[in-house]
Write a protein that binds this ligand. Structure first.
Ligand code: ATP
Length: 319
């Protein structure tokens, strides 16, 4: 393999730049040319492709976002769009492609692989919702952003004796909420994977209030529903002053944590290794601190699961 391409796709995640850097440097180290494709699969179809050098990825390891930009492309989901993409790859003589993104992006990578074009997926999404890897690039940074925000909310919650509902991201996965809840001692953690009865949450809040608690924090994953609606119901049911904070896109930005930079570097380098070994249609991941790889097709049919022990612990610690 003499020429490879790299793109970022779907929602951006802190650490994607560190992954791009690792792809470029690792490939050049092995005398492989690297082409950066801007704006994900959309840019691939349109041919926004540039050769990258060692210096192209200088001074980006600590930056959030993605220097290759990202996009969501409906056109690429069509047969015609995928053909266009392959034509561009052939035009540039690119022999293999590294796709950094979430499960949607891997569906795209799988489609190209099935058409005979080798792709390797690198999991980059703050949601931590991909099977076959304990962590995705960006999750740790997002989690730290959430913790920082909750710490601040906690100060004002205490001053005013309020209940706070904090809505966090994660799409259909509860990992951000679960980890943040455990790290910040939330009273209740509401995640799509576990059904916590509304009555149980209310009872816990009332009990805490009776015990003299000055504030309560409830973390709700966006996959459960609207924090605003939940807040209204809680206020009505408890008679406690309740406020809702929806953290939104601040969770996607910011300088990547050390853990995300290291993870991104390790996963991206492994993706280059796989292309060099002639592999295709695989996703790299980390499991029990070992870098692993799995068939994308298999991963797309599996569900990421939360750590049940952590959930139980969070409940035991928030009595
Ligand atoms: P995140 O989890 O952060 O949202 P993602 O990779 O899951 O990231 P999506 O918007 O689902 O984000 O997918 C990114 C892009 O991948 C889509 O815009 C589309 O171009 C491509 N894609 C998604 N599904 C398919 C599919 N079934 N076939 C071909 N391409 C697809």
């Amino acid at each position: 393999m003499k020429k490879i391409g790299v793109l970022t796709s779907g929602g951006d995640a802190p650490g994607m730049n560190a992954a791009i850097r690792a792809v470029v440097r690792k490939a050049i180290c092995h005398n492989i040319e690297v082409y950066g494709i801007k704006y994900g699969f959309q840019g691939l179809m349109e041919g926004t492709i540039e050769k990258m050098e060692i210096g192209s990825v200088g001074d980006i390891i600590h930056r959030g976002g993605t220097m290759l930009y990202s996009a969501r492309s409906e056109a690429f989901k069509t047969e015609e769009g995928q053909q266009k993409a392959i034509e561009q790859l052939n035009k540039f003589g690119i022999e293999g492609l590294i796709v950094i993104g979430g499960d949607g992006s891997f569906r795209g990578a799988q489609k190209l692989t099935e058409k005979g074009y080798p792709c390797i997926g690198v999991p980059g999404t703050i949601d931590n919702d991909i099977a076959g890897t304990d962590f995705t690039i960006g999750f740790d940074t997002a989690l730290n952003t959430v913790i920082e925000a909750i710490d601040k909310v906690r100060d004002t919650a205490t001053s005013h004796k309020r209940t706070y509902i904090i809505e966090v991201m994660g799409r259909n996965a509860g990992d951000i909420a679960l980890w943040a809840g455990l790290a910040d001692g939330a009273e209740s953690i509401l995640i799509p994977e576990k059904k916590e009865k509304f009555e149980t949450v209310v009872q816990k809040l009332k009990r805490g209030h009776k015990r003299g608690k000055k504030h309560s924090i409830i973390i709700l994953a966006e996959g459960v529903g609207s924090g605003i609606e939940y807040g209204k119901r809680i206020e009505e049911a408890t008679d406690l002053e309740t406020r809702v904070t929806v953290l939104g896109h601040i969770q996607r930005g910011g300088s990547p944590s050390a853990a995300d930079r290291v993870l991104a570097s390790r996963l991206a380098a492994k993706a280059v290794d796989l292309l060099m070994a002639g592999k295709a249609g695989r996703m790299v991941g980390i499991q029990q601190n070992e870098i692993v790889d799995h068939e994308i097709n298999k991963i797309l049919h599996e569900q990421h699961t939360i750590n049940d022990d952590m959930y139980t612990l969070s409940q035991e610690l928030s009595i």
